[in-house]
Design a binder for this molecule. Structure first.
Ligand code: PLP
Length: 392
């Protein structure tokens, strides 16, 4: 147990973490400063400005929570839900289920509605529940990583018009940085994400933003937030003008996120989204040319997470092990009801590249052929290459 430690340099095309730009890894090697150092406070201000840009918001209360995406989820619920508050959670996959679990632990008066896994919510169904249940919080996942579904949110403000007291809480862990997310325009009150998916920073921080309406509700709570660590009434002061100590910020994680957000700023949000869209479309062309199919119907597919149906007779764990062992390539398997039924192929942030699309399709073809599934030679990569060459 001596000498330098060398983890393998994988190609990460699963449901996260995604690969990280070397610039971001190097940022973590920069000198430590104190969490109240004036230089770190400047870094915090820059981070908050850049997070507001990617979230599409002017919300003052915008910051990275110390913890992974699930910590963002906890922070969202524990702050705005008091025991007995009516909370409506929309479930169409694993992360909607997790939201309901978290809301229940907050003592919410919980109601859930469900859509089949692999499908989106019909907004009329949500509207009907809103009318009858009059929830304090409506919670929904934008990009459901367990199914590859993108839930359109543009229409939600219109649907919430008759519920002025309802806070809209949205999980954008797998969309932020890969798909457009417009917190202010879509009337989102609480929005959280994670660093290791389309933002392509290592796991460890959860960007979150609260609208003035949500911030007001937190300030006027009748009971203390049950979590000290996530209490925005205290944490907000460290990230606000008072800078009072709450917990020691994970300095290097914040360096990494700052560098990742600077890279996003250099690329531009719109070109970044377009890159994710194109690489996704090329992957779909390749998958279909190989005689495979996508789980999710056309307009609702995530660009960042591609759910590919596993053909009959294929040994899923064996195939994924082969990709990892022989191609150094990680993809994800299905979760819950979709276990053994789909592969989850991530094209997130730094991992969303033309080369990765071609490499995955080529490796998959070999792995399928070795299990006796016949694919026309090179079909997937050829179709994807044709797609790429068209747009140039
Ligand atoms: C990954 C993910 C989470 C949880 O994030 P962790 O970083 O694993 O804690 C929550 N919601 C969605 C939609 C996710 O994809």
């Amino acid at each position: 147990m001596t000498g330098e430690f060398h983890p393998p340099a994988r190609i990460l095309m699963g449901p996260g973490p995604s690969n990280v730009d070397p610039r971001v890894l190097l940022a973590m090697a920069k000198p430590m400063v104190g969490h109240l150092d004036p230089e770190f406070i400047r870094i915090m201000n820059n981070l908050q400005d850049l997070l507001r840009q990617v979230f599409g918001t002017k919300n003052p209360l915008t910051l990275p929570i110390s913890g992974t995406g699930s910590a963002g989820m906890e922070a969202a619920f524990v702050n705005v839900v008091e025991p007995g508050d009516r909370v409506l959670v929309c479930i169409k996959g694993v992360f909607g289920e997790r939201m309901a679990d978290v809301a229940e632990r907050c003592g919410a008066h919980l109601r859930t509605i469900s859509a089949p896994w692999g499908e989106v919510f019909d907004l009329e169904a949500i509207q009907k529940e809103l009318r009858g249940f009059q929830p304090k919080v409506l919670a929904i996942v934008h990009a459901e990583t367990s199914t590859g579904v993108l839930q359109p949110l543009e229409e939600l403000p219109a649907i919430l018009k008759n519920n002025p007291d309802t806070l809209l809480l949205v999980d954008t862990v797998t969309s932020l940085g890969g798909h457009p997310v417009k917190v202010d325009e879509w009337g989102i009150d609480i929005c959280y994400s994670g660093t290791q998916k389309c933002l392509s920073s290592p796991p460890g921080l959860a960007p979150i933003t609260f609208s003035p309406k949500a911030a007001d509700k937190i300030k006027k709570r009748s009971q203390k937030v049950q979590s000290f660590y996530f209490d925005m009434n205290i944490l907000g002061k460290y990230w606000g003008s008072e800078r009072t100590y709450h917990h020691t910020a994970p300095i290097s994680m914040n360096y990494a996120l700052l560098e990742a957000l600077r890279i996003i700023g250099e690329e531009g949000l719109a070109p970044r989204h377009e890159r994710h869209r194109r690489n996704h479309l090329a992957l779909v062309q390749g998958i279909e040319a190989m005689g495979l199919s996508m789980l999710v119907p056309e307009p609702y597919r995530l660009w960042s997470l591609n759910a590919v149906s596993i053909p009959q007779g294929i040994d899923d764990p064996k195939l994924r092990k082969k990709l990892l062992d022989e191609y150094n390539l990680e993809i994800g398997g299905g979760l819950g009801a979709l276990k053994g039924k789909i592969w989850r192929v991530g094209l997130m942030g730094y991992s969303s590249s033309e080369a990765n699309v071609l490499y995955f399709l080529t490796a998959l073809e070999q792995a399928l052929r070795e299990q006796g599934f016949e694919v026309p030679r090179g079909a997937g990569a050829i179709a994807a290459k044709e797609f790429f060459s068209k747009g140039k």
